[in-house]
Design a protein around this ligand. Structure first.
Ligand code: WQD
Length: 340
């Protein structure tokens, strides 16, 4: 069986991807230092798939510890690299922590990938690399703008580091640019576990609805959009997860090394903040307690994906609707409250 190393395997997208890889016949090993995630995800993965996943509690900025993972697992043929800090606001407060963590880990991991002859490398990138785009939807060829935060800069630099590595060494690299991943696995066994007060929209909605937060704010309704609130491309985390399996299968099938390919992972539908709230209210039957507040610094007005490349080349299909995203996010929040 082909073994895939998933870094950040206990995190939100990592855990969903492990489930999808297992369901498609891959053997998976996880590396997660648990600094931003819980190993409870491993129990959730086991509940869904019946498989126990080995997690190495290793910090990828530690090169010697990273090497042990590869040494002990010579069957690793591919790496999917999720492990990174991802809070935009925190990255402005602690830029050096972000550069150190996100870039040293990537460099170490690539060095080991090359040294131990794993030929497939998938990197978690983000639509944040497009900055404030002039033309939407964005395609993979839309020019990148200056990153709006150190977090975004680590994704742009990360893309360059991966590309340069795959240019020189026999690696097939894929950069996946996620739009706004939301929702949870329909089993309720895994989902998002935000640390502290959620910065992202959907956890803010569900935590307000369950009463963890007294209220939430819509950051601005005076943007030049159809209802004045910002537009994003929300995408179900299981659709994102499956795209990783397809990308790995594509890379294995094509056997093209010294090559990097980029894919947008979004639905192609631009949704306003107020529309997202309405979709939540519809599926939950609740009225959300929210106010319209001022704009949030650094927010992009409108961005959504052109997903044609992933559809055509990977055979990717979107299975979850906006209602499914909101319903599974809400069921996950309710299950967290029930299991307290
Ligand atoms: C979505 C919309 C807010 C919270 C960030 C990263 C990006 C990506 C996903 C990360 C915006 C509005 C939010 C709230 C609100 N990858 N909002 N009230 O900013 O599009 O993207 O997360 O790992 O790289 O930058 O996502 O969920 O924070 O915001 O009105 O309480 O919801 O203004 O319009 P964003 P988000």
């Amino acid at each position: 069986m082909q073994t895939i190393l998933v870094t950040g395997g206990c995190g939100y997208i990592g855990a969903h991807t492990i489930v999808d890889l297992i369901e498609n016949g891959f053997n998976v090993i996880s590396v997660d230092n648990l600094s931003r995630a819980s190993d409870k995800s491993l129990l959730g993965i086991e509940k869904i798939t019946g498989k126990k996943i080995k997690n190495y509690k290793v910090d990828l900025t530690d090169k010697a510890a990273t090497e042990i993972v590869f040494k002990e697992n010579p069957s690793i043929i591919g790496v999917i690299h999720f492990a990174a800090y991802k809070a935009v606001g925190e990255s402005v407060e602690k830029p050096l922590d972000y550069y150190e963590n996100n870039l040293y880990s990537l460099v170490n991991l690539l060095q080991m990938t090359v040294k131990y002859h794993a030929t497939h490398f998938i990197f978690s990138s983000s639509c944040t690399v497009y900055g404030n785009p002039e033309i939407i939807p964005v395609t993979e060829n839309t020019p990148l703008q200056t990153a709006a935060s150190p977090y975004g800069a680590t994704k742009q630099m990360g893309e360059t580091i991966v590309r340069d590595t795959a240019f020189t060494y026999p690696i097939s690299a894929i950069l996946l640019r996620y739009f706004n991943p939301v929702g949870a696995h329909p089993s309720n066994a895994i989902g998002e576990l935000p640390i502290g007060r959620p910065q992202n929209l959907v956890p803010a909605i569900t935590q307000t609805a369950i009463g963890k937060l007294p209220t939430m704010q819509v950051y601005g309704d005076d943007y030049p959009t159809r209802d004045g609130s910002c537009i994003r491309d929300y995408i179900h985390v299981c659709d994102i997860a499956h795209a990783h399996t397809l990308a790995m299968q594509y890379s294995i099938k094509n056997q093209t090394t010294n090559h990097t390919e980029v894919f947008n992972l979004g639905t192609g539908n631009g949704i306003t903040v107020l529309e997202a709230i309405k979709a939540f209210e519809k599926v939950s039957g609740l009225q959300l307690n929210y106010q319209v507040g001022p704009r949030r610094a650094g927010d992009i007005v409108s961005i959504y994906a052109n997903k044609d490349h992933a559809v055509k080349r990977l055979g990717w299909e979107i299975k979850y609707s906006l209602e499914d995203m909101m319903r599974t996010a809400w069921e996950w929040e309710v299950s967290l409250a029930d299991n307290k």
